[in-house]
Design a binder for this molecule. Structure first.
Ligand SMILES: [Fe+2]
Ligand SMILES: [Fe+2]
Length: 271
């Protein structure tokens, strides 16, 4: 794959459709980039895809739902790979409220997005989508402090934003299809790039965060950068835990970055 590619809609859980794309990262592999439609009584769009795939994204979204029917647009955080088609969707979805928190809204304003429809998530609050609640949850790790995932109380699906992202050597419909070793080999470098501060956390404290997710027992984990994880929650959590404990979480150094740019396997990440 030479360039970001739209794969289109995929049903990933009850009431939950992913809009799946992949982006090649030179020297590292393929990164899935997903957004989601939750077919609630009040339909919810979760993130809005890659900026360079705007036309393909809008076509794929239109095949899933008429944007005019959207009542909520949940923005996990304000990174470009989650906001690609936001303005185009806002123009077609006048009834949709944008869900973010105070910092998320401030970042939208800094980038001159229309914030007139923002619905601010208050601490302890939730979104009532008519037939279910979306309960905000801080993902296990993140690359922007405004990040907010959620737990769908009807389907028990957990949306984890950037957490559990995985660099892949080939596409897969489900996380369960990724071989165990490949999942570890893909999650460790992604975590090192996306959340290098994981190398500074107390492993026991982080272990408790992961244990909380296991206790939550989601029916599926959906994420921005991982194919849907159904029936493999333990494997996903163990891969991240091993990556943190194995000392492989470190910010890429200059040698690594130069290797990446040259298209060679990055030394620090290939260890
Ligand atoms: Fe991000
Ligand atoms: Fe992301």
């Amino acid at each position: 794959m030479e360039a970001p590619t739209m794969f289109g809609p995929q049903t990933v859980a009850p009431d939950t459709t992913a809009i799946v794309s992949y982006s090649p990262l030179p020297g590292l592999g393929l990164l899935p980039v997903n957004s989601f439609v939750i077919h609630a009584a009040e339909p919810v769009l979760v993130d809005t895809g890659l900026p360079m795939l705007k036309d393909e994204y809008m076509k794929a979204l239109g095949a899933v739902i008429d944007p005019a029917d959207l009542r909520w647009i949940w923005l996990s955080h304000m990174d470009a790979d989650h906001l690609g088609s936001l303005e185009a969707i806002q123009a077609l979805a006048p009834k949709a409220k944008i869900v973010t928190n105070f910092l998320g809204m401030a970042k939208m304003m800094l980038r001159s997005f229309d914030v007139s429809q923002v619905h601010l998530l208050e601490p302890g609050g939730h979104i009532d989508a008519g037939d279910r609640k979306l309960v905000p949850l801080k993902p296990a790790y993140f690359d922007a402090p405004e990040t907010v995932g959620f737990f769908d109380t009807k389907t028990r699906v957990l949306f984890s934003a950037d957490a559990f992202g995985c660099l892949m050597q080939e596409t897969a419909a489900e996380a369960a299809d990724i071989p165990e070793e490949a999942m570890f080999d893909g999650m460790a470098p992604w975590a090192a790039i996306d959340a290098p501060w994981l190398g500074m956390v107390d492993r026991q404290v982080f272990g408790r965060v992961l244990a909380d997710i296991e206790r939550l027992d989601p029916s599926a984990i959906i994420a921005g950068h991982l194919p849907v994880a159904r029936g493999v929650t333990k494997r996903v959590l163990a891969s991240v835990d091993a990556a943190v404990g194995g000392g492989r979480i470190a910010a890429p150094d200059r040698e690594t970055i130069e290797a990446l740019l040259a298209g060679a396997p990055p030394p620090a990440l290939a260890a």
